[in-house]
Design a protein around this ligand. Structure first.
Ligand code: PBG
Length: 332
């Protein structure tokens, strides 16, 4: 058989493992990953999260062990969510900013133990702390319809961010999708001298069914949905607008969330953002991989690495993921 007369044979560069590595365009390293962790008040033992096999609501002690493991694996940042006791939830979400609130106590303990060895990021949103599960306090509009009050929420986030900064957070991360939240938090932090505390803005966050398992993880009290504040999954231009606004308001990082179903947004944001771009591989993405792997339908390790590589390839500098420590230990 006569050989084809081809100008290009791209397969040449795929012939050996060394060659493939030589021309690999995307790197996945421990420092690209943020480990997301849950800490729950009033429990004696870590509680497994049914919808997220392998993930736990931690006690303060087991949280410290997890942070230790993350550090050993080469992780540079953790993101903490607090789960208060039912009796500590109220309509305003007060335990979000009380120093004795579970998240603030956890931040303080981790900072005391680990100092600057690992970067502590805190979730700055009220939904875990409110009795109704919404991301801010409720009020009524001029027709008497219930709404989540934007400006009152922003005021509460500022207090919460201050409490987190005082407890020792290096980064606060407003995830409530309220208008003006980044600017208000920046001003509140600066007014108390916390110039060094950074803001990771959940900029383009969509009202996503991929958050389903997370509601279980934080014992959410939510009924209904968040469509009046999180974005419509159909909207691309609006997502870019949200990102630009957050950058103007002073965001140190911007984030797209969820990741896998929104890689077009990640890619476009990466093209223009002057600040680092993060993407959040959310609970539903995790749960789908775990379920399919448990059934023996996919190769768990390969699928995890491929999903994270894809998010990096789309343009994310940083990925928030429940897999961070585990993947970092494979990589190193
Ligand atoms: C809300 C918040 C949510 C997640 C992170 N922060 C849930 C929501 O908006 O309903 C979801 C994270 C995940 O699904 O992994 N503050």
């Amino acid at each position: 058989m006569t050989a084809l007369n081809l100008q290009y044979r791209p397969r040449r560069l795929r012939a050996t493992p060394a060659l493939r590595k030589l021309v690999s365009e995307t790197q996945l390293r421990p420092e690209h990953l943020i480990q997301v962790l849950f800490v729950r008040d009033g429990i004696e033992e870590p509680q497994p999260i049914a919808s997220m096999p392998g993930q736990y609501q931690h006690t303060l002690d087991s949280l410290l062990e997890q942070v230790e493991q993350a550090v050993s694996a080469g992780i540079q940042c953790i993101d903490l969510f607090g789960v208060p006791r039912e009796e500590d939830k109220d309509a305003d979400g007060t335990h979000a900013w009380l120093p004795e609130g579970i998240l603030n106590r956890a931040i303080a303990q981790v900072r005391q133990r680990f100092g600057d060895t690992i970067t502590i990021m805190a979730d700055t949103c009220l939904d875990e702390f409110t009795s109704h599960g919404h991301c801010g306090p409720l009020s009524t509009d001029r027709f008497g319809q219930p709404i989540v009050d934007n400006d009152a929420s922003v005021h509460a986030y500022s207090q919460m961010a201050l409490a987190q900064a005082r407890a020792g957070a290096h980064i606060v991360s407003p995830s409530g999708m309220m208008d003006g939240q980044v600017q208000a938090i920046r001003q509140a932090l600066d007014a108390e001298g916390f110039y060094d505390v950074a803001i990771m803005a959940y900029s383009a966050k969509y009202a996503s069914a991929f958050f389903g398992p997370f509601r279980d993880a934080v014992g959410s009290s939510l009924e209904g949905d968040r469509k009046s504040y999180q974005q419509d999954p159909a909207n691309r231009r609006e997502g870019l607008h949200e990102v630009r606004l957050d950058i103007e308001e002073g965001a140190d990082f911007v984030m797209v969330k969820p990741a896998m179903a929104y890689l077009d947004i990640v890619s476009e944001v990466a093209d223009f953002s002057p600040v680092p771009v993060a993407a959040y591989q959310v609970s539903g993405e995790y749960a789908m991989i775990e379920a399919a792997a448990a059934a023996g339908w996919v190769d768990r390790e390969k699928i995890i690495l491929e999903s994270l590589t894809g998010i990096r390839r789309a343009g994310a500098d940083i990925i928030l993921t429940y897999y961070a420590t585990e993947v970092a230990s494979w990589l190193s």
